[in-house]
Design a protein around this ligand. Structure first.
Ligand code: ADP
Ligand code: TRP
Length: 324
């Protein structure tokens, strides 16, 4: 089974990215064929600073490698190193209806956040469909907010196959319900664009300060605390095993728990959880030759796979006039 997912290099990666998608995706490298990439072409829809894009692309790559993505067990590359994907986007664009894209929530959400309306932003899901279909992926691990985009990729694949003959595998989204949405400091979805994130590789003081600002309710200390919709509780659960989760639930449901104490514990738990990754990240970020080699090899492997599909796609749409 081929598993594929990507992440935009549009800011520092946070706990929502990690628990919503990266952790699960990295685990797939043990028993599936994992294709993982940093989608810098998608980031162009909202990043207009070339220096920043280069830096953030490199940082996202280092983050993935530090968090356990193993380039020997997976195919790992930067999206723009495989130009075939933009060619495929064009073939797909012509069988994608305006209505399908107009229904995408993510486009409307991005406009509401102030990202300028552009053709690239509108057709973002078509490039994403090319990412998925061009590599023949079966399963796409993403957070809940990306589910609709995977459904668009399915619709495009079906339409293409119906129009031009069997070409693409129909992909499935892979979303873990329990972790579907990691809440941010304010209780909304944790997201770079809401400024409510806890960064995976943030510095000690900034993480500590951010945790202290997590919104809590005003239940008195000597009363049981609500767990439904409790941000502190939801974030702490992410770091615990099953027994520890049960113990935490008991503590919340018993009188006496102080939110201030739990915030300190949560900080310690986050800091400890990512400690080994933090060390590895510092090492990797210093070794540019290693990182560049990994990406060169990854792009080469990815190109071989998409090239196999492109011959068939070019033939099926009829741009291979020289073959008649
Ligand atoms: P952001 O909202 O911070 O810009 P992205 O849109 O770049 O994050 O998301 C990258 C990946 O991480 C996607 O698969 C997305 O679904 C997942 N993800 C992001 N934030 C969360 C969250 N708060 N909870 C669960 N998954 C998330
Ligand atoms: N749109 C995804 C996001 O913002 C990133 C992405 C681009 C992606 N291409 C993909 C995810 C292909 C899965 C598969 O998170």
């Amino acid at each position: 089974m081929r598993v594929l997912s990507g992440i935009q290099p549009s800011g520092s990666l946070h706990l929502g990215n990690y628990f919503g998608m990266m952790k699960r995706m990295i685990e797939y490298q043990e028993n599936s064929e994992l294709f993982c990439f940093v989608v810098n072409l998608h980031a162009l829809t909202s990043t207009f600073d070339s220096e920043k894009l280069r830096r953030q692309t490199y940082e996202a790559v280092c983050d993935f490698l530090a968090l356990g993505l193993d380039p020997d067990k997976s195919v790992f590359w930067v999206q723009s190193d495989v130009p075939e994907v933009t060619e495929l986007t064009w073939y797909l664009s012509n069988i994608t209806s305006m209505g399908l894209l107009e229904r995408c929530h993510s486009y409307k959400d991005k406009l509401a956040k102030g990202i300028p309306a552009s053709h690239g932003l509108f057709s973002y899901p078509v490039l994403m469909a090319a990412d998925i279909l061009g590599y023949g992926a079966n399963l796409i691990p993403v957070g809940k907010d990306q589910k609709q985009h995977v459904e668009v990729a399915r619709d495009i694949a079906i339409r293409f196959n119906n129009t031009f003959g069997e070409t693409f595998i129909i992909p499935e989204p892979d979303i873990e319900d329990e972790l579907a949405v990691v809440p941010g400091l304010d209780g909304q979805k944790m997201s770079k664009s809401y400024g409510n994130t806890i960064e995976i590789f943030g510095d000690e003081n900034s993480i500590k300060q951010k945790i202290m600002t997590i919104k809590t309710d005003s239940t008195p200390v000597n009363e049981p605390k609500p767990i439904e919709g409790n941000i502190l509780y939801a974030l702490y659960l992410l770091l615990l095993n099953n027994d520890e989760k049960e113990a935490l639930k008991d503590r919340f449901l018993s009188p006496g728990l102080k939110y201030g104490d739990v915030k300190k514990e949560l900080f310690a738990a986050i800091w400890e959880y990512f400690a080994p990754y933090r060390e590895k990240r510092a090492q990797i970020a210093r070794d540019k030759d290693f990182v560049n080699d990994v990406l060169r090899n990854g792009a080469e492997k990815a190109r071989k796979v998409i090239a196999g599909y492109m011959d068939k796609v070019r033939h099926n749409v009829g741009v291979d006039y020289f073959n008649q």
